[in-house]
Design a protein around this ligand. Structure first.
Ligand SMILES: O=C(O)[C@H](O)[C@@H](O)[C@H](O)[C@H](O)COP(=O)(O)O
Length: 272
């Protein structure tokens, strides 16, 4: 089961980021109302980190009980733990350090100093996901979630940026990661976007999320966005394969929307 994409276009990237932040806060509050906790999967890049900064700046930020938010990463750069290139470190600076997140709920993928290879760190991350899935299974959170797949905890919202080549997380066109159908996490070497070593959820893991939100801005993304929404194959255009179980939301600015098929466009009010 997966949801067809819906597209929401905002005039520019700063309006877009504020709108994504408002939407994310509202969604986290709704999920917490229902289950007592909520799970978000973060991503890197300017839009992934910009979203977190916008959440921190939002007046509605305190509406979320941040101590009951579970955090995972859709991908991480396999570099030393204290490197500024780490998605998790950038996320900490943008949002997590300023709020009362519970350390045991924040699941940072392994770093280069702790594992010999990105594959080793990926295997560790996959094991931790399975442990979280098993723990959830014993708790109310999963009782309310009969559709949760066995090897993954439930992901309520999974954020993805999109590269100009249409990569998502660290799944790049034509490479092994985007072709993976069994493993949930892979180590990636020779990524075309630096740094070259990375860890990434695979498409089956991404597609387990209840909601997948694609957060994209800039005219250099228009081609990738247009192809993805026109239904290209996911091996060539990884972003085309990203789908949530109940919602697939493309939150994009006008520049990135230049090549979106007209029938998919749903205009947001400028003030949204
Ligand atoms: O670690 C990373 O580099 C990312 O997770 C990557 O998938 C990113 O989200 C896209 O490249 C979009 O990045 P921008 O938002 O900066 O264009």
């Amino acid at each position: 089961m997966s949801a067809d994409p819906r597209v929401s276009i905002h005039p520019d990237s700063s309006v877009l980021l504020a709108a994504i932040a408002a939407r994310l806060i509202t969604k986290l509050v709704d999920v917490q109302d229902r289950y007592g906790e909520a799970t978000v999967v973060l991503t890197g890049g300017s839009m992934g980190i910009g979203t977190l900064r916008a959440v921190a700046e939002s007046p509605a930020c305190p509406a979320v009980d941040w101590s009951k938010v579970n955090v995972w990463w859709g991908d991480e750069r396999f570099v030393d733990a204290d490197s500024d290139e780490r998605n998790s470190r950038q996320a900490a600076e943008a949002l997590l350090d300023a709020l009362p997140f519970a350390p045991e709920r924040v699941h940072v993928p392994g770093a280069a100093g702790d594992f010999a290879t990105a594959d080793d760190a990926a295997a560790d991350y996959e094991r931790r996901l399975a442990e979280a899935a098993a723990a959830e299974h014993a708790a109310d959170y999963s009782d309310a979630r009969p559709d949760a797949p066995g090897r993954l905890p439930r992901f309520d919202i999974l954020l993805l940026g999109v590269g100009p080549d249409a990569h998502i997380a660290s799944l790049f066109p034509e490479m092994a990661g985007i072709r993976e159908t069994q493993r949930l996490v892979v180590g990636v070497e020779n990524a075309p976007k630096p740094p070259p070593s990375r860890i990434s959820l695979t498409l089956p893991a991404i597609k387990s999320a209840q909601e997948v939100w694609m957060v994209v801005a800039g005219e250099d993304k228009a081609g990738a966005v247009g192809l993805a929404l026109a239904g290209a194959g996911h091996v060539q255009v990884p972003a085309a394969g990203a789908r949530g179980r109940s919602r697939t939301l493309w939150l994009i600015d006008a520049a990135a929307a230049a090549k979106v098929p007209e029938e998919l466009v749903r205009k947001e009010p400028a003030s949204a």
